[in-house]
Design a protein around this ligand. Structure first.
Ligand code: GRG
Length: 296
């Protein structure tokens, strides 16, 4: 880890992803412009680009060039941004701010926000399908990975149980189900897509799966903690909303101290999973630590 400047790495990869998103998606003035503007508005409002960087980082950990995974990296960010747009809608969280600016529906109206989210989700699969320089079977495998992570037994399933649990006392395993599915599955799929497209062996794939599972859960625990300890400015949205909405969170069930302990434990599990990898996996190691030390 000592030779890697993680912030520089993240900055470079963010720039690569942002450039590719602009190249691969329809320009904002493409007809009908209001739709494409709304997509660009939410995509480029900010965002850490954690998930696409994980796609690229996993591919690079296996010695592949980032270009084999760039379409999949952009696809994951499209799916993530769609989920944020839809989650902010009045029928779900009814949020006014996201990534530090008015939410998509506040700026473009509910109908356009729904359609911009739909378009981003659909484009994601087109982008992965257009991957070049990789054996077609691997591209299909990446599409399956992403669609199952985003669907009813992944992110959407987690979101449904999250909504159903609002204001209820739920057992801990249900809370864990929510976190693993609502947030963890897409993070895991990001790592696994990078691995698939880089041609991982079974052993490498299993190790990266253990890494992805651990950081996926750690990320949502850290997000729960930030909602309690962070400020509106740091988060780019209103802090303290989980408690107000009666959301099921780690701090609510276990307290802040135990939540932090569990998040750190998961980082250790993630880093241990990478034991068999050389220094090319240092960015993944660094990201695991950053997930629990970030302030936004
Ligand atoms: C499809 C409606 C719908 C929901 C799916 C992912 C999700 C469930 C809802 C989005 C809201 C939310 C609180 C998700 C949990 C995951 C999470 C912490 C998202 C924020 O991710 P960051 O911090 O955001 O990576 P940036 O803006 O940096 O990309």
């Amino acid at each position: 880890m000592c030779l890697l400047d993680l912030d520089k790495y993240l900055e470079e990869k963010c720039a690569l992803v942002n450039g590719a998103l602009r190249d691969l998606l329809c320009a904002p003035d493409t007809y009908p412009p209001v739709l494409h503007e709304a997509e660009h508005y939410s995509l480029f409002a900010g965002g850490k680009r954690l998930r696409p960087v994980l796609v690229l980082g996993a591919a690079e950990a296996l010695g592949a060039d980032a270009t084999v995974a760039i379409n999949a990296a952009c696809a994951v960010e499209c799916i993530h941004t769609y989920s944020l747009i839809h989650d902010d809608l009045p029928a779900l969280d009814n949020d006014d701010l996201r990534r530090g600016v008015p939410t998509c529906h506040k700026k473009y109206g509910d109908a356009m926000a729904i359609l911009a989210g739909d378009a981003l989700l659909t484009s994601a699969f087109e982008l992965v399908g257009r991957t070049t320089g990789v054996e077609p079977g691997r591209v299909v495998q990446a599409v399956v990975e992403l669609s199952s992570a985003a669907g009813s037994t992944g992110m959407i399933g987690g979101q449904v149980v999250d909504i159903e649990s609002e204001g209820c006392e739920i057992p801990f395993p249900v809370l864990e189900y929510i976190h693993i599915h609502k947030t963890g599955k897409l993070i895991l799929a990001s790592v696994r897509c990078g691995a698939i497209l880089a041609g991982a062996t079974d052993e490498e794939f299993k190790a990266l799966t253990r890494y992805g599972e651990a950081i996926g859960l750690a990320f949502q625990i850290a997000d729960d903690i930030l909602d309690v300890e962070g400020t509106d400015e740091e988060l780019g949205k209103k802090a303290g909303m989980d408690e107000l909405r009666g959301k099921a969170t780690y701090p609510a069930q276990l307290g802040i101290v135990e939540s932090k302990r569990r998040a750190s434990e998961l980082v250790e599990v993630a880093v241990k999973a990478l034991e068999g990898f050389d220094s090319k996996a240092d960015p993944l190691r660094g990201i695991a630590h950053k997930i629990v030390t970030r302030s936004s």
